[in-house]
Design a protein around this ligand. Structure first.
Ligand SMILES: Nc1nc2c(ncn2[C@@H]2O[C@H](COP(=O)(O)OP(=O)(O)OP(=O)(O)O)[C@@H](O)[C@H]2O)c(=O)[nH]1
Ligand SMILES: [Mg+2]
Length: 297
């Protein structure tokens, strides 16, 4: 069997998580229109029995900022790169309009330990067809003739089979790491926290999502119902009202959307209780970062 770990790297919002979900055919990583949605390296497994097992490691899109969770996100990316066999470097559609090399190309070129790389231009459906030939010319100037660029559109399902073939060719022979029927090692508890955070990101704006985390307090599986109680942790008093909304409407909507999605995913009826909790400036306080799982000891 061909097996291996593949890190998906690229700018915030490039479409890394959408691509991982599309390659696997299951939702393993949350997706929103806000940058820096992914915070932890997230595994998604694609197995073709007796043929291959690809373990995708979705990574956070990082920036150079030293503020808030940025140093933690950068470390998550570095750890992911260290632990994989292959890198899938993605170029976001807006990077084609710039003069400089795409971010993921720069990243790959600066790595000390060289690893095989597959390159993909993501969200290609957003780029007009006539712009693709000039893109390939620019690509050759950036990286040379020999490195191939794959056009992909995860939501529209374009270029995925070809991408899988390219990745498969770079894997090594060996036994599978995970059993065939597992598509993510995340627990139901982890998934619940992430889906709630996704709904918060979708419903909240400005700086609120970047100082928002979700912790699960109760996760109780009864025969007829799954009881979940979670805290939506925010870093400013002034954000509490935004999370709760007029007459509690916002919190209710976040709860309903998260519950409906989790009921579908888990195939179980769910009672979901959410609380908005302020932890003043938690993104700057080590103890809170530890408690919320955002540090590397
Ligand atoms: N039309 C279209 N939209 C896409 C595609 N891929 C991603 N998007 C959209 O782009 C936005 C960002 O997608 P994500 O998958 O969350 O991007 P990401 O690279 O994981 O971002 P971070 O986790 O923040 O680093 C979302 O609104 C997606 O719906 C695509 O193939 N086609
Ligand atoms: Mg992501």
């Amino acid at each position: 069997m061909k097996t291996g770990y593949i890190a998906v790297v690229g700018l915030p919002n490039a479409g890394k998580s959408t691509l991982v979900n599309a390659l696997i055919g299951e939702k393993v990583s949350i997706v929103t229109s806000k940058p820096q949605t992914t915070r932890k390296r997230t595994l998604g497994i694609l197995t073709q029995p007796s043929e291959y097992q690809m373990i995708f490691v979705d990574t956070p899109g990082v920036t150079d900022s030293r503020e808030g969770l940025n140093p933690y996100l950068r470390r998550e990316l570095d750890l992911a790169i260290d632990e994989v066999d292959v890198i899938l470097a993605v170029v976001a559609p807006w990077e084609w309009k710039k003069k400089e090399k795409p971010w993921a190309v720069e990243l790959v070129e600066t790595l000390q330990e060289k690893k095989p790389v597959v390159y993909a231009a993501t969200q290609i459906s957003r780029v007009p067809r006539e712009a693709r030939v000039p893109m390939l010319d620019q690509w050759k100037q950036w990286v040379g003739e020999e490195k191939e660029l794959n056009f992909t559109s995860a939501l529209e399902g374009h270029g995925l089979l070809e991408l899988k073939d390219k990745l498969k060719a770079l894997l090594s022979e060996g036994p599978a790491f995970f059993s065939e029927d597992i598509y993510t090692p995340q627990t139901m508890r982890d998934i619940a926290a992430e889906v709630i955070r996704e709904k918060c990101f979708e419903q909240l704006h400005q700086e609120v999502p970047y100082g928002l985390a979700v912790t699960i307090n109760t996760f109780e599986e009864k025969p007829r119902i799954l009881n979940i109680s979670a805290d939506i942790v925010i870093e400013k008093d002034s954000h509490k009202g935004m999370v709760i909304g007029k007459g509690g409407e916002k919190l209710k909507r976040i709860g309903t959307e998260a519950r409906l999605e989790l009921e579908k995913q888990f195939g179980h009826k769910i009672f979901l209780e959410l609380h908005a909790v302020v932890r003043s400036g938690w993104t700057r306080k080590n103890q809170w970062l530890v408690d919320l799982g955002y540090t590397h000891a």
